[in-house]
Design a protein around this ligand. Structure first.
Ligand code: ATP
Ligand code: MG
Ligand code: MG
Length: 402
């Protein structure tokens, strides 16, 4: 893909925007771009530099993303809405053409890596709650204030805060650096602080190395606490990113939106969509964070499609799909007979979400019951009945302390 119209090849220490940004290391890549950690010489901060492929369709997509990111950033001047901000944008000419570049707030690891590092066990309920709150505040902002639908919510598109700050308070001399929650004076922009004795030179050096090592891993404690040990008790805050597929409610972009496993039923039957598609994906994310596994992983089989398997999995877990959707979507007739049953998948299991959580994922009966109370309304087949992000933020489950 490093050819005309494709990616721009970057070397460490390459400079961009007339010398303002200096490339440090590659952070990731996607279908459209490569993303680099860069040093912003103007603000003396690290930023994420997203360098788009150069062909016209990618330039156009970048323009769309920049417009959306600009609105998101402008509407959140105090940066408290848990959405990734745009800092700057410019064009960069290279051997493969002219590349649109976005300068983004530098964030940490995505939530999928977090789940992986936790050995797909699922996170502690308190942490699931913390993350859910961040996502809901972001969604309430996008939906209610901006009238934007994200359309591609999934674990990869939610990034942890990355900043790690050495603590200001001294810890007993001779103790190893420890990770703990930041205090108010240490700033709200970090997931945890490394507490060290700031007066002792040797320890200070050791801590600085440890900070560098952790920073290197961007955001959390892979090297420090394998298996999620050190994640316990850490306030995990995160931001919603990747607005490349976001659209204004009044101007839906594509017919088929969302990544398969997070796709809402109204998208599959094509009965029209709006903000509630994000609420469906959000429920899938909450389940995945709590269990370590995706809620729905449909596959095509003999005589039925991936879409049909997906609908069947939903019906097994959530019951019958209302008439309105089995009859009135543009594709309803492809999947359902006149009784509202699937045409090509006949025998459905009868599962209960609560039982699944207790039996398969070893939740306590109380935890399962409370969590289902939060999740179930979000998984209403009828998008109009799903609670909004604003309503969801009022749910008692978010304020349970354990
Ligand atoms: P996609 O195919 O998912 O649309 P894309 O080309 O639009 O990809 P992004 O998903 O925005 O690119 O970014 C690609 C990767 O770069 C991300 O998965 C993440 O690892 C990293 N990344 C993106 N934005 C940031 C950021 N602000 N801070 C740190 N890393 C980031
Ligand atoms: Mg992405
Ligand atoms: Mg994208």
């Amino acid at each position: 893909s490093y050819r005309k119209g494709g990616y721009h090849a970057v070397k460490i220490a390459d400079s961009f925007a007339g010398g303002r940004y200096i490339a440090q290391k590659k952070l990731g890549w996607g279908e459209f771009s490569t993303v680099w950690l860069a040093y912003d010489t103007q603000s003396s901060k690290y930023v994420a530099l997203k360098i788009q492929k150069s062909a016209p369709q990618f330039a156009e997509a970048a323009l769309h993303e920049i417009q959306i990111l600009s609105a998101i950033t402008k509407g959140d001047p105090s940066n408290t809405k848990f959405v990734g901000h745009l800092i700057d944008h410019f064009k960069h000419a290279g051997p493969n053409g002219q590349h649109s570049c976005m300068v983004l707030e530098f964030l940490g690891e995505n939530l999928l890596r977090l789940i992986k590092y936790n050995r797909y066990k699922g996170l502690a309920m308190t942490q699931v709650r913390e993350i859910c709150k961040c996502i809901l505040i972001a969604l309430d902002y996008l939906h209610r204030e901006l009238k934007l639908i994200h359309t591609d919510l999934k674990l990869e598109n939610i990034l942890l805060y990355s900043t790690i700050v050495p603590s200001k308070d001294p810890v007993r001399s001779g103790t190893a650096p420890v990770l703990r929650r930041p205090t108010a004076s240490e700033g709200t922009n970090s997931n945890y602080v490394l507490a060290v004795n700031s007066s002792e030179k040797k320890l200070k050096q050791k801590a600085r190395k440890a900070v560098a090592r952790i920073s290197e891993r961007r955001g959390f404690v892979e090297g420090v606490g394998k298996g999620g040990r050190c994640l316990d008790g850490i306030d995990l805050r995160c931001k919603v990113v990747d607005f490349g597929n976001a659209c204004w409610e009044s101007k839906p972009l594509a017919q088929e939106i969302q990544t398969r496993q997070y796709r809402a039923p109204e998208v599959i039957v094509e009965s029209g969509y709006s903000f509630p598609v994000d609420m469906w994906s959000f429920a899938c994310i909450a389940f995945e964070l709590a269990t370590g596994e995706m809620m729905f992983t449909p596959t095509a089989g003999e005589g039925y499609s991936e879409d049909e398997d997906h609908l069947a999995l939903m019906m097994e877990l959530l019951g019958k799909i209302p008439r309105k959707m089995t009859a009135c979507g543009a594709r309803s007739k492809d999947y359902f007979n006149k009784y509202g049953d699937l045409k090509r998948i006949r025998r459905l299991k009868n599962l209960s979400l609560e039982k699944l959580l207790v039996e398969k994922y070893t939740f306590s009966v109380t935890d399962a019951h409370e969590f289902v109370g939060f999740l179930c309304p979000l998984l209403d087949f009828d998008p109009e009945k799903r609670p909004t992000a604003q309503q969801c933020l009022q749910h008692p489950w978010l304020n349970i302390s354990s």
